[in-house]
Design a protein around this ligand. Structure first.
Ligand code: 2HA
Ligand code: ZN
Length: 269
């Protein structure tokens, strides 16, 4: 029996992860096992789950993350496909609990599916978010084609160059991704260096960070909101790339037009 059976709140949360995973596959952002999702589900863990014996572990996280004491996460499984997570979330992802030393995790349910290879980045980011008192619970890594293509141009890797191009492509981008796009120079996938650079960029006040020549990483209150922020940025990059494919460099909205958006939508920048 799944631990979701008598826990409608957790079940709804995991269904949202499955829905988002399906979108990632449909969008072409999740080839093979590409991308990963973790959600801090601690608020929806019931006593039955709390009392359950772990089915695997403890496994080392690779670092000590003190703010994760007592935390629970749903994680996509390593080497699992987003398209499979969409249909069978509890067979292609698992629920883990951080052990009291804050340096290990145990798999508690439903199956002994080992979590994502990007677990060091994801858990370090959750640790950072809790330390900051952030309401964000979801983190999402995926491989959106247009945004990744844009990170292959060194000129776009300077601070906020891409942010301003993307914001200027269509008015809603700035309204719905108001902090823009942080940039992390290329780092080995799954490494602690990638985790540290991602946190530094989130700390620089970005919700969405581009990993050069690899993908994007987004954080938000829930998985669908994290997906939406990436989706609006990728739409903007699509418009830019379509204009370039038609043979011209798009003008973009003017600074005055973008400022007007900020005023009307009461945006920070
Ligand atoms: O989970 O995308 O970056 C597969 C990846 C690693
Ligand atoms: Zn990746």
């Amino acid at each position: 029996m799944s631990v979701l059976e008598n826990n409608p709140a957790l079940s709804a949360e995991i269904n949202l992860v499955a829905e988002a995973a399906g979108y990632l596959w449909q969008k072409g952002w999740a080839e093979r096992n590409g991308g990963n999702i973790t959600v801090n589900i601690t608020d929806n863990v019931d006593s039955a789950l709390k009392d359950k014996e772990p089915i695997a572990g403890p496994f080392p996280i690779g670092s000590t993350l003190p703010h994760l004491k007592g935390c629970w996460f749903f994680c996509k499984g390593t080497n699992r496909r987003m398209r499979d997570l969409a249909r069978r979330p509890m067979e292609n992802g698992s629920i883990i609990r951080i052990t009291d030393d804050c340096a290990h995790y145990e798999i508690v349910a439903d199956k002994p599916v080992m979590p994502t290879s990007e677990l060091p980045s994801h858990l370090a980011v959750h640790n950072y978010l809790i330390a900051k008192g952030s309401p964000y619970k979801a983190s999402l890594h995926t491989h959106p084609i247009g945004l990744v293509a844009m990170t292959h141009n060194p000129a776009f890797l300077e601070k906020d160059v891409l942010t301003n191009i993307l914001w200027s492509m269509i008015p809603e981008t700035k309204a719905f991704c108001p902090r823009g796009l942080g940039i992390v120079p290329y780092k080995l996938p799954g490494s602690c260096e990638l985790a540290e650079a991602t946190i530094a960029s989130i700390d620089d006040n970005y919700d969405v960070v581009a990993w050069e020549k690899h993908g994007v990483f987004a954080v938000d209150t829930d998985i669908m909101s994290a997906f939406d922020q990436i989706d609006v940025l990728e739409k903007a990059s699509d418009i830019y790339l379509h204009a370039r494919a038609m043979g011209f460099v798009p003008d973009g909205m003017s600074q005055a037009q973008m400022q007007e958006i900020s005023t009307v939508f009461k945006l920070p920048k």
